[in-house]
Ligand binder design. Structure first.
Ligand code: PMP
Length: 444
C-alpha cells in the first residue's frame, strides 16, 4: 500500500482550529499521534488515558481493527456513490440494522432512518422534518421550535437557534426559536447520585411558551435528554415524562438530541430507552460509527414518516439531503461498529459499571473548589467554583495539568466532564479519579 508521510511537528499556522483559542494553543500545543483501546499517545510517545471517548464518540475504544478493515474493504469496493434517486446496499443494510435497535419500545420504534454527516446536520434535519411533518398534516402555521436555555444542538444555524448556549449565539443571526428555562439547581440537587430529585416543574415552562406564542405556531420542542456540552445537566426525575405529556397535549413534536447519549452512554442503547419516554424524532452521530468516520442519523417515528409519504407519489417528500447521506464508507464503519457493540455487549455495559463509576467520582467530594458532582451512566461531571473574574479558568488549568499527567478530560465552563469509552475497566476508573484528584489538589 502507498504510504502518505505526515510530519510529526507540522507548522501550526494553517489549520484554523474549531472551538479553540488558536493563539493560546500555539504556545502549548497538545498533539495526539496514535490511539489504541483506552489510550492516546502524544507525539512524544506519552500515554494519555482517554477520559472522554475523544469527543463523547469513541464508545468502543480506539483502534478497532474490525472498523478499519470494513472501511478499507469498502473504499476498495466502492468509495462513493450518491443516494439521491439511486442508492447502494451498504446504506440500506446499515439502516435496517439500526432499525433493529432503534429507540422506542414495541409499537413505537423510531425505525425510519435519515443519514447525515454529523450531529449538527442531524439537528438541522430533525428540525426540518418536524416542520415538514406539521405542514403535511395540515398544520402549516407551526414553524416555531422551542429549545432550552443551555441546550447544545451543534453549530448549524438551526442548531444555534434552538440551542441556548450564549457563546454559540452571540455573534450570529438566528431563526425564530424560543427557550425553556433549564437551570442547574445545585442548591437543591447538589451531589445527587444519578437523577436529581428536584425540578420536575421546569417542564411546565413549555406551557408558558405555548401560552405566549400559541400552540398553532409551534412545530416541535428539542432537548438533550441529558444535556452534555453545557456541563452535564441531568433531567430531574419525571421531567422528560412531563415534557412528553405537555407536547402531546398541544400537538407539538418532541425531539431528543441523542448525539451524546445514543449508543450506550447511559447503559441502554439510547436515552429514550433509559427514561422510557418515546420522542418523535431522535438525532444521533458520534457513537454511530465509533467516531471513526463522520456520520449522523435521524430516527423518525413511523407516523412522521408516513405523514410525509402520504403526499402525491411523483413528489419528493422531503426536499433535503446531503452529498454524504448514507456514505458507503461511513455506513460500512457503522455496520462494523454495531457488530462490535452487539458482540461485546457495549450498549448496556455502562449499566454494570454505574455503581463503581458513581462511587469513584463522588470520592472527590470535599476537595477544595469542588461545588458539585453529577453522574449518570458512564458520564460524570465535577463542577468547580469559579475563580474570581475568570470563569472557566480553574477548570482549564486542571485540564492542562491532567493532560500533562496522562489523562484527557473535557472542560466546559467551570465543569469537568468525563465520558470514557464504554470498554473501560474498574482499574482505569480508579486511574481517572486518582490523576484528576491530584490535579484538583494542586489547583489554585
Ligand atoms: N447535539 C449534541 C447534543 C451534541 O453534543 C453535539 C456535539 N457535541 C452536537 C449536536 C453536534 O454534533 P457535531 O459536532 O457532530 O456537529
Amino acid at each position: 500500500m502507498d504510504q502518505i508521510s505526515i510530519s510529526n511537528r507540522p507548522s501550526l499556522d494553517n489549520f484554523w482550529m474549531p472551538f479553540t483559542a488558536n493563539r493560546q494553543f500555539k504556545t502549548a500545543p497538545r498533539l495526539l499521534a496514535s490511539a489504541e483501546g483506552m489510550y492516546y499517545r502524544d507525539i512524544d510517545g506519552n500515554k494519555v488515558l482517554d477520559g472522554t471517548a475523544g469527543l463523547w464518540c469513541v464508545n468502543a475504544g480506539h483502534g478497532r481493527r474490525r472498523i478499519a478493515d470494513a472501511v478499507a474493504r469498502q473504499l476498495q469496493t466502492m468509495d462513493f456513490a450518491p443516494t439521491f434517486q439511486m442508492g447502494h446496499p451498504v446504506a440500506f443494510d446499515f439502516a435496517e440494522r439500526l432499525a433493529r435497535i432503534a429507540p422506542g419500545g414495541p409499537g413505537a420504534k423510531l425505525d425510519r432512518v435519515f443519514f447525515t454527516g454529523s450531529g449538527s446536520e442531524s439537528v438541522d434535519t430533525a428540525l426540518k422534518i418536524a416542520i415538514a411533518y406539521q405542514r403535511a398534516i395540515g398544520q402549516g402555521t407551526r414553524t416555531r421550535i422551542i429549545g432550552r436555555e443551555k441546550g447544545y444542538h451543534g453549530v448549524g444555524f438551526g442548531g444555534i437557534s434552538v440551542g441556548g448556549l450564549v457563546n454559540n449565539r452571540r455573534v450570529f443571526p438566528q431563526i425564530p426559536a424560543d427557550h425553556m428555562r433549564h437551570t442547574l439547581d445545585i442548591e437543591r440537587n447538589g451531589f445527587s447520585k444519578g437523577l436529581p430529585q428536584h425540578g420536575v416543574e421546569l417542564a411546565d415552562d413549555l406551557e408558558r411558551l405555548v401560552a405566549l406564542h400559541g400552540a398553532e405556531t409551534i412545530a416541535a420542542v428539542i432537548v438533550e435528554p441529558m444535556s452534555g456540552s453545557a456541563g452535564v445537566i441531568l433531567p430531574p426525575k419525571g421531567y422528560l415524562e412531563r415534557l412528553r405529556a405537555i407536547a402531546d397535549k398541544h400537538g407539538i413534536l418532541l425531539i431528543f438530541d441523542e448525539v451524546i447519549t445514543g449508543f450506550g452512554r447511559l447503559g441502554t442503547p439510547f436515552a429514550t430507552d433509559y427514561f422510557g419516554v418515546v420522542p418523535d424524532l431522535v438525532t444521533t452521530a458520534k457513537g454511530l460509527t465509533n467516531g471513526a468516520i463522520p456520520m449522523g442519523a435521524v430516527f423518525a417515528r413511523r407516523k412522521v414518516y408516513d405523514a410525509l409519504m402520504a403526499g402525491p407519489e411523483s413528489q419528493i417528500e422531503l426536499f433535503h439531503g446531503y452529498t454524504y447521506s448514507g456514505h458507503p464508507v461511513a455506513s460500512a464503519a457503522g455496520i462494523a461498529t454495531l457488530e462490535i457493540y452487539e458482540e461485546e455487549g457495549l450498549l448496556t455495559r455502562a449499566a454494570s459499571l454505574t455503581d463503581t463509576w458513581q462511587e469513584a467520582l463522588h470520592s472527590l467530594k470535599g476537595l477544595r473548589h469542588v461545588v458539585d458532582i453529577r453522574n449518570l451512566g458512564l458520564v460524570g461531571a465535577i463542577e468547580l467554583a469559579s475563580r474570581d473574574g475568570a470563569p472557566g479558568a480553574r477548570a482549564y488549568d486542571v485540564f492542562v495539568d491532567c493532560f500533562q499527567k496522562g489523562l484527557l478530560i473535557r472542560v466546559t465552563g467551570d465543569t469537568i466532564a468525563l465520558s470514557p469509552p464504554l470498554i473501560i475497566e474498574s482499574g482505569e476508573i480508579g486511574n481517572i479519579v486518582s490523576i484528576l484528584g491530584d490535579a484538583l489538589k494542586r489547583a489554585e
